[in-house]
Structure formats: C-alpha cells, structure tokens
Design a protein around this ligand. Sequence first.
Ligand code: PLP
Length: 412
Amino acid sequence: MKDIAVFESVERELNRQRNNIELIASENFVSPEILELAGTVLTNKYAEGYPGKRYYGGCKFVDEVETLAKERLCEIYGAEYANVQPHSGAQANTAVYLALLNHGDKVLGMSLADGGHLTHGHPLNYSGINYDFYSYGVSKETETIDYEDFKKKCQEIKPKLVVAGASAYSRTIDFEFMAKCAHEVGAIFMVDMAHIAGLVAAGLHPSPFPHADVVTTTTHKTLRGPRGGVIMCKEKYAADIDRAVFPGMQGGPLMHIIAAKAACFYEAMQPEFKEYAMQVIKNAKTLENVLKEEGFRLVADGTDNHLILIDVKASCGISGKKAERLLDEINITANKNAIPFDSEKPFKASGIRVGTPAMTTKGFMEEDFREVGKIIAYRLKNEETDEIKEECLKRVKALTDKIEMYHDIKYI
Ligand code: PLP
C-alpha cells in the first residue's frame, strides 16, 4: 500500500525545486540518470568490505560498480587511491581523522567563523571533541586567508595534521603554499574540497593534487552527484583510510549511492561538464557585478568561484536571518551565514551566502543572474511591503517559468 503522506510531501518538494530560485551554494540538481541510479535495487544489497574482499555473498555486480567508481574518481583528479564509501562529507572527514590521528593530537583547520566547516574543529563536533584543534582564518583587511599567519601557526603549533578547505570562502585557495607550510613542520596535509570539487574536476580551481596527502569531498555540491562523501589519498595511507571507513566508522556501504557516484564521475569527465563549470563561474561573476552595482558590500570584495557572501547588515541594515526570510518569501532560497569578524551570533548572522551551481544546472545564464541580483536588491533594500513582495514573486516566476526540470517525474 502506498504511503500517501510521504509521497505527497515529496511531490511538494519536487514542485518547490521546480519553481524556486535555488541559491544555496552547497546544493545542485542531479541528472535524471543519477536520480534513477540512487533509487535502484542496489539499496537492497549488503556489501560490507571492499571489492573482492566482502563479508557477504552475491557481491559480484556491486563490486563492478564500486570498482568503476574508484577508478573514475582517481582518473578525474589524478589520485593514487580512492575510497568511495563514506555516507557523507562529515563522515569522510571523520574517517580521515580516525585513520591518521590519535585522540588529543594537534590539528590546524580553518575557523568556522571565517568560512571553515563544523568538521574542521568545532567544539561540538566529533573533530573538536576528540582532537586538539587550532584555527587559522582570514585577514581583517582583505577577508582572504591570512597565509603568513597560517604559516606562523604551522610553525608554532607543529600540528600532526593541517586541514585546508572551506564552506563559505569565495576566493581561490593556495593549496600548494599551504602544503609546503604543513610539510615543512612534518604535518600531514589534508584538503576538504567539498565546495569546489566540480571546479577542480573541470580545471577551473587549482587542484589540491599532487600537494595534498589526503583529499576529501562531498559528491553533491559543484560535482553534481548524489548526496555522499569520498576520500582520496596517497597509496601509503590507503590501508589506514579503508580500515577507518569500514569497519572503523561504517557498516554496509550504500551501493545504490555508490552507483550514482560512479555516474556522477562519468558525467564530470565529459566536455559538457567543463562548460557547465565555466558557466557556474561566469554566473557568479555576473551576480557579483550586479550586487556591487546595487551597492552591496561583498565579503572579500567578490568571488573567484561559485559563491558569494553578502554582508547584508552593512549593505541594508538587516540580519542574515531576516534576509533569508525575505528571500524565502519570494521563492529565492539562500542561507544566512556568518561573515568574518561577525558581531552577530551565528543563528542571526550578518551575511547571506549565495551560489550559482544549482541554477546553472537548470540553465540560467548571465542575463538571468543579472535579473536575480536585481530582484535580491529590490527585495532587501526596500521596506517590507506586500506590493514589493508581489512584484518580486512575479519576476521570480518569469525566470523559473522558462525552465523545465524533472518534467516527467511524478510521485503521486
Ligand atoms: N566539508 C565541507 C567543506 C562542507 O562544506 C560540508 C557541507 O556543507 C561538509 C564537509 C559536510 O558534508 P555533509 O553535509 O555531506 O556531511
């Protein structure tokens, strides 16, 4: 019997995804093929272990799938070894810590307040609870990573592991320099490239390879795959990483998701993916330009990648929380975000984070993002009135009506 309540909610979410302007920088829309693979019968299969060394029978075909995923991932990034089993980005990072660190070891990661991720040492996260995390951040003047301070911290702290990568950082990261500083003090250098993995795959952000010893990423952001995580590493860490993922942290891998990851890597190898990633950056540049023309202050003065942090407090005198709500009400989805040296608490925040990956997948080009920037400005810089809200809703609808997405999907 069909569970109507759940299917109806999923149908409503499908319509939200069809009709909204999705600017959450960490989200994307997978292809119909990836969606199909994520819903295949592979969800039924237990496959603890790794291809050729499983703890269950009947793994011949899922072995084929996982081997393909591993080979493709190594090929895209030029990695020596890949583990494609982590259920998420957080679990990929946790597995790396479990593999390479002992309880209480010193680690240097980017401060969450400056754009880092929870798993890079937040006191309430597994990372901050179990290891002695220190943080580096951005300079007050440029709001870009303070590389000299980073180098000094490496030398003073002498961490066992250095973590690079961020969740809300709009500028190019100099992995080569960071690796050099880490290696000079004998630290292992890890890059969490979750946000920029698609740009790296397309050759549009400098690669963490060959500088990094270990690289983690989610597969669902700019890489445009299913929700999940992966780890790549130098061959010498491969056995430790595998052991940390299974049996260290997880039981059976999600084979349906690994199949969808394999298809994501296939798509990322096609020439069309490079065009897509180029358009993501062009669209972000366009949005940057419009927002600046409209008088907004942007953190780090703009973007080199797929995302922009808007200081809405300085620009319009409102909190990130309020800006998120105002945009939500006109069917533009973004998230409040702390900005560096924020005077507001994270739940209120002074900024919002906007990104172009999802709408670029839907087919938005520069002219569409010009209009998106203008709608954002019109909504946030004016009084909260019904007339303005209605006008914005109409303008959003005019943009989204042009696009058909997942048109043959129906859940009820
Ligand atoms: N690492 C970075 C840099 C991220 O931005 C994120 C998610 O936003 C993660 C890790 C965690 O990924 P997940 O939500 O899949 O656990």
